[in-house]
Design a protein around this ligand. Structure first.
Ligand code: SF4
Length: 210
């Protein structure tokens, strides 16, 4: 992997996604490009500006920083801005053209609420192993499967959504353990989510009258 050419001193993500040369599938069809990812983390600026001799008081051993020249004070003393690297979640999905365009237009939270719940849940449950991951917005990337266009957006952590998704999962597991059949999501098997559901056959064969 090459070094990312994008400067890292940004309050936004330092993620670098680079497109590899387009590949051709064995059947001659175009296939989706590969992407190279580096450093799915964010630099956050520490409040204030610091003089050279103050840097040692601020910088902590083992942390990753970027320091930028921020000009001089009225007495000519040089001051610096400090950015500290913090962990962030990167979630990437590939979508067909119609779905991708809707995500770009309305944003992932409204267009793809299941992905948003997934992101929030990852951030909540990864906090123990990656401290700070829920304090930074996640970076969501959507790849257009038809055109290889990329869409990126930052998704702030939504603790309420993570809790709601987690509670729902617990309710489902408890119902299964108790042998209960939960209501179906739809009235007939041709509902679009049921048509793509891996358990559709079983679901619509059993438990009539739910
Ligand atoms: S087929 Fe799948 S999505 Fe549809 S109601 Fe059954 S479990 Fe839910």
């Amino acid at each position: 992997m090459k070094t990312c050419p994008i400067p890292t001193a940004r309050s936004a993500f330092s993620l670098c996604v680079r497109r590899r040369p387009r590949r051709q599938a064995s059947n001659g069809k175009r296939v989706m490009n590969d992407f190279v990812l580096s450093s799915p983390q964010e630099f956050r600026r520490l409040p204030g500006l610091f003089r050279r001799w103050e840097l040692a008081q601020v910088l902590e051993a083992g942390e990753d920083y970027h320091i930028e020249d921020a000009g001089t004070t009225s007495d000519g003393t040089m001051v610096f801005a400090i950015y500290r690297r913090v962990p962030a979640l990167w979630e990437c999905k590939s979508l067909n053209d119609k779905s991708w365009k809707d995500t770009v237009k309305r944003g992932v939270v409204i267009s793809k609420p299941i992905y948003a719940a997934q992101i929030a849940t990852y951030q909540a449950y990864m906090e123990a192993s990656v401290p700070g991951i829920s304090q930074s917005p996640a970076l969501f990337t959507a790849i257009n499967k038809d055109t290889a266009e990329l869409h990126h957006e930052l998704v702030p952590f939504n603790g309420g959504l993570a809790q709601m998704a987690s509670d729902k999962a617990v309710r489902i597991i408890r119902a299964i353990e108790a042998g209960e059949l939960l209501p179906r999501i739809a009235q007939s098997a041709d509902f679009h989510e049921c048509r793509f559901c891996s358990w559709s056959d079983r679901c619509w064969r059993i438990g009539d009258g739910r």
